[in-house]
Design a protein around this ligand. Sequence first.
Ligand SMILES: [Zn+2]
Length: 78
Amino acid sequence: MSIRGVVRHQEWTLQPDREPDAEPTSYAMQCAVCGETSPVHGDYSAPQEWVLAHGGRNPSHHTYREIITRPWRAWWKP
Ligand SMILES: [Zn+2]
């Protein structure tokens, strides 16, 4: 007796989720020097303000990463 896997070829579609019930896009900034991360916000301006405050407290921290969480959806044709 042997175990066999079932392989099925399906065509997938992948795109950003813009449906009304999609998860919200969110933004955060992370200091690339110390790794501290801002709170997550629904718009990009508050994390940028966090950068200015963080830089004020840490004058040698000059590089940052923007972390954007964007919902996507994937589905296949039946
Ligand atoms: Zn820092």
